[in-house]
Design a binder for this molecule. Structure first.
Ligand SMILES: NC(=O)C1=CN([C@@H]2O[C@H](COP(=O)(O)OP(=O)(O)OC[C@H]3O[C@@H](n4cnc5c(N)ncnc54)[C@H](OP(=O)(O)O)[C@@H]3O)[C@@H](O)[C@H]2O)C=CC1
Ligand SMILES: N[C@@H](CC=O)C(=O)O
Ligand code: NA
Length: 432
C-alpha cells in the first residue's frame, strides 16, 4: 500500500499529541498497517504561534480547503473543536471521500447521526473514540467488546476538569478558581471552560455513550444537566462526614424500554467503584444483563492520552482501507427513543436546609416528606452560629424525581424554611 497522507485540523493540546505519537510510534504503525503514515497538512488559526511540537512550517495552513479538498489526503483528523464551521469542513471532507477521525464531542453529540450517515453513504469511516473519556477505549468497549450484551446502566465520571477540581477541593481544600486555572494550564479544560463546569461537556459525552450503549438516538436535549458551580465547601464537608464523596456523575439507566440520562453532582458512597477515581482520571461503570459489572478507567483528558485514542482510530481506518471495508461499521440505532417520565426515575437525595429554630418546624418538614411517602435514611439538625436558624441535613431513601420535586416546592412554601441551601442525588449506601 502507498504511504497514507493525513490532514490535521488543529494543532493544539490534542493535535500536538497526535503529531508526536505518529512520529514516535511510526514503526508500530507501519507494522500494523503495512505502509508509512505521515501528516502532510495542518490547519491552524495562527501560523506564527509557538507550538508544543516541532512541525515543518511549510505544512501549516490557514486554508481548510488545503486539507478537506486535497486529493492527496486520505484521512482527516479533526482536533480543532467548534461546531457549525467544523461540521461544514467535515461534510466537505466526506463529500471528497476522506475518512474522518474526530475528538469533538460537541460535534458528535449534535451532528453525529447526520455525519455518520453521510460518511457511510460515501464509503468513509468516521471514528470518534477520543470524544468520550479521552484515552479510555470506552466506545470500542461498548460497540465491540460488549456487542453481545444488553446494557442497562452506565455511570460515568466523564469530565476530567470537574473531577480534577472536585478532587483537589475535597482532598486539599483548594479554592475552586485556583484549581480551575490549574486544569486549564494542564490542557484538560475546554478553551471556554463553561462547558466543563456547567456539566455540558459531560452531557455531550453521556448523549454519545447512551446512543451507542442503548442503541437509540439520545439527543443532547434529552440529558438533564447540572454542573458543579454551586457546590460549596460545606457540602463537601457534609459529604465526607456522612461517608460519601462528591463527583460529577453521568447516569444513563434503562428500565425495560425506557431510559433516563442525566449529569449532576452526586454523593457517591465511598465504597462505590467510581468513588476512588481522582484528579483528571475518568471512569465509566457499565452494567450489562449478561456480563454484570464492568468498569473502564483511565485518563480522560490531556495531550498524549487523548491523542492515543485518536491515533488508534486512525489505525482502525487504515486497517479497514487494507481490507476494503471502510464506511461499513456505523450501525443505525435498533430502538425508538423512549424516555422515562419523572415518576419513573428513582434515587436517594441529600438535602440541606436553613430553617427558623422554632418549636414544630422539624415535624412540619418531616410531615411534608411523609405526605409524599418518602422516608429518611439519615437526618440531623445543627444550630447555625450567630443566627436564629437551624441547619437540617438529610438523606432520603429512594424517591421518585416527581415526588422529590414536589417536596422541594412544598418546603419552599413553608414560612419556616429560609433557604434550600443544596440538593444532590445520592448513589449507593454509605457505611456511616
Ligand atoms: N484537551 C483535551 O484533553 C481533550 C480535548 N478534546 C477535544 O479535542 C478538540 C481539540 O481540543 P484541544 O486540542 O484541547 O484544543 P486547543 O484549543 O488546544 O487546540 C485547537 C486547535 O485548533 C486550531 N483551530 C481552532 N479553531 C480553528 C479555526 N476556526 N480555524 C483553524 N484552526 C482552528 C487552533 O489553532 P491555533 O493553535 O493557531 O490557535 C489550535 O491549534 C476539541 O474538540 C476538544 O473538545 C477531547 C478530549 C480531550
Ligand atoms: N475538557 C474535557 C476534555 C476531554 O474531553 C475534560 O475535562 O474532560
Ligand atoms: Na475514549
Amino acid at each position: 500500500m502507498e504511504a497514507i497522507s493525513i490532514g490535521l485540523l488543529g494543532l493544539g493540546t490534542v493535535g500536538s499529541g497526535v503529531v508526536k505519537i505518529i512520529e514516535n510510534h511510526q514503526d508500530k504503525l507501519m507494522h500494523q498497517v503495512g505502509c508509512p503514515v505521515h501528516v502532510s497538512k495542518v490547519l491552524v488559526k495562527n501560523i506564527d504561534k509557538e507550538r508544543a511540537v516541532e512541525v515543518d512550517s511549510n505544512i501549516l495552513t490557514t486554508n481548510p480547503d488545503d486539507i478537506i479538498k486535497n486529493p492527496e489526503i486520505n484521512i482527516v483528523i479533526e482536533v480543532m473543536g467548534g461546531l457549525e464551521e467544523t461540521r461544514g469542513y467535515l461534510q466537505t471532507a466526506i463529500e471528497n471521500h476522506k475518512h474522518i477521525v474526530t475528538a469533538n464531542k460537541d460535534l458528535m453529540a449534535v451532528y453525529g447521526p447526520e455525519l455518520l450517515l453521510a460518511a457511510s453513504a460515501n464509503g468513509c469511516d468516521l471514528f470518534y473514540e477520543a470524544s468520550v473519556a479521552g484515552g479510555i477505549p470506552i466506545l470500542r468497549g461498548l460497540v465491540d467488546g460488549l456487542a453481545s450484551d444488553r446494557i442497562t446502566k452506565m455511570m460515568g465520571i466523564v469530565n476530567g476538569t470537574t473531577n480534577f477540581i472536585l478532587s483537589k477541593m475535597s482532598k486539599e481544600g483548594s479554592a475552586y478558581e485556583n484549581v480551575l486555572k490549574e486544569a486549564q494550564e494542564l490542557g484538560y479544560a475546554e478553551s471556554d471552560p463553561t462547558a466543563d463546569v456547567e456539566g455540558l461537556d459531560a452531557a455531550r459525552k453521556m448523549a454519545i455513550l447512551s446512543t451507542l450503549g442503548f442503541s437509540m438516538n439520545i439527543d443532547l436535549d434529552d440529558v438533564k444537566v447540572k454542573g458543579i458551580t454551586e457546590i460549596t465547601e460545606e457540602d463537601l464537608q457534609y459529604a465526607e462526614q456522612l461517608g460519601y464523596t462528591m463527583k460529577l456523575i453521568g447516569i444513563a439507566h434503562r428500565d425495560g424500554e425506557k431510559v433516563e440520562v442525566s449529569v449532576q453532582p452526586t454523593l457517591l458512597a465511598e465504597a462505590h467503584p467510581l468513588a476512588g477515581v481522582q484528579d483528571e482520571y475518568n471512569a465509566v461503570y457499565v452494567y450489562g444483563e449478561a456480563v454484570g459489572e464492568t468498569m473502564f478507567y483511565g485518563p480522560g483528558a490531556g495531550s498524549l492520552p487523548t491523542a492515543t485514542a485518536v491515533v488508534s482510530d486512525l489505525v482502525g481506518v487504515m486497517k479497514n482501507m487494507r481490507l476494503g471495508v471502510n464506511g461499513k461499521s456505523a450501525a443505525t440505532p435498533q430502538y425508538e427513543k423512549m424516555l422515562k417520565d419523572d415518576n419513573e426515575i428513582f434515587s436517594k437525595y441529600f438535602l440541606r436546609l436553613h430553617v427558623s429554630d422554632e418549636v414544630g418546624v422539624f415535624s412540619n418538614i418531616t410531615n411534608i416528606f411523609s405526605d409524599h411517602h418518602v422516608s429518611f435514611e439519615k437526618i440531623l439538625q445543627v444550630p447555625v452560629k450567630e443566627r436564629e436558624l437551624a441547619e437540617i441535613v438529610l438523606v432520603t431513601h429512594q424517591a421518585s424525581l416527581e415526588d422529590y420535586e414536589n417536596i422541594l416546592i412544598s418546603l419552599r412554601d413553608l414560612q419556616a424554611v429560609k433557604d434550600v441551601k443544596s440538593s444532590y442525588r445520592v448513589e449507593g449506601g454509605a457505611k456511616r
